[in-house]
Write a protein that binds this ligand. Structure first.
Ligand SMILES: [Zn+2]
Length: 261
């Protein structure tokens, strides 16, 4: 599932805070597809969108990488089609430490969101007075880091929240296989619920009388994209559950297991 993609001649490589970062060419393709509707506003908005995603995913993975380093494992970062990976070179010992590593990604994003929001509050750099593209960059950076962080904390495999859920379940049900099975059932249930909610949101956009009016404006709405994504994740969790139910123990795929090991 989420193994590291192979190296290509078109990779962009650089170092950040001592970590190797590799951008796979499919990162650009995935990001442009996801933000294709920004083209309606102009090419510069697509460029801003790519910058927002690049900054946000790099900061998220840096959060994981710094936590890995704090707990004694070096790692490198890969950005590709389906987001990012922080690939550690050794397993972090201790359940609480592994939970902190998983939480460090979303919380790095929340920190960035807070800094961007706070700096704009202080000096108003993201105001529409500085031009519509700057205001759009500001808003996208705040919303992406806030909502993607929340989405990532859902207890669904292989999101960060799914890793936390697995660790907590394995801690509660000491028989290792049992904890994984419970966390996979949670993952399937939550993923189906999000997929159904997303489809309702998508239908709601298209209908004249909204049935979701009772939700506050800030509550995240789903889309066709999140519906498809969580439908796929529910199916993947179901497949993993079948596998585990047959009694195999399997190291769950996550954004920390290296293909190199
Ligand atoms: Zn993450």
């Amino acid at each position: 599932m989420l193994a590291e993609p192979d190296r290509t001649p078109y990779d962009v490589n650089f170092r950040l805070l001592g970590f190797r970062v590799r951008i796979h060419p499919l990162f650009w393709l995935g990001t442009v597809l996801l933000g294709a509707n920004t083209l309606n506003a102009g090419l510069e908005y697509l460029a801003i969108w790519v910058a927002v995603v690049l900054i946000s995913i790099t900061v998220h993975e840096l959060g994981h990488a710094i936590a890995f380093r704090r707990f004694g494992s070096d790692s490198h970062i890969v950005l590709w089609m389906f987001g990012g990976l922080a690939v550690p070179y050794s397993r972090v010992a201790g359940r609480n430490q592994r939970i902190l590593v998983s939480l460090a990604g979303p919380f790095a994003g929340f920190l960035l969101c807070g800094l961007v929001y706070g700096s704009n509050y202080a000096i108003g750099w993201g105001s529409i007075r500085n031009g519509a593209p700057v205001a759009w960059f500001y808003t996208a950076l705040v919303l992406v880091n806030l909502y993607w962080g929340i989405l990532n904390l859902l207890p669904v495999y292989p999101l960060d929240g799914g890793q936390v859920s697995r660790e907590l379940c394995e801690g509660k049900w000491r028989n290792r296989g049992r904890g994984v099975i419970v966390s996979l059932k949670i993952s399937i249930g939550v993923a189906i619920a999000v997929a159904v909610y997303s489809i309702i949101c998508e239908m709601d956009y298209r209908s004249r009388d909204s049935v979701l009016d009772f939700l506050p404006w800030w509550f995240p709405r789903g889309s066709l994209y999140t519906g498809l994504l969580f439908g796929l994740l529910a199916y993947q969790s179901y497949q993993l559950l079948q596998f585990h139910s047959r009694g195999y123990y399997y190291e769950a795929p996550d954004d920390r297991v290296s293909w190199e090991k």
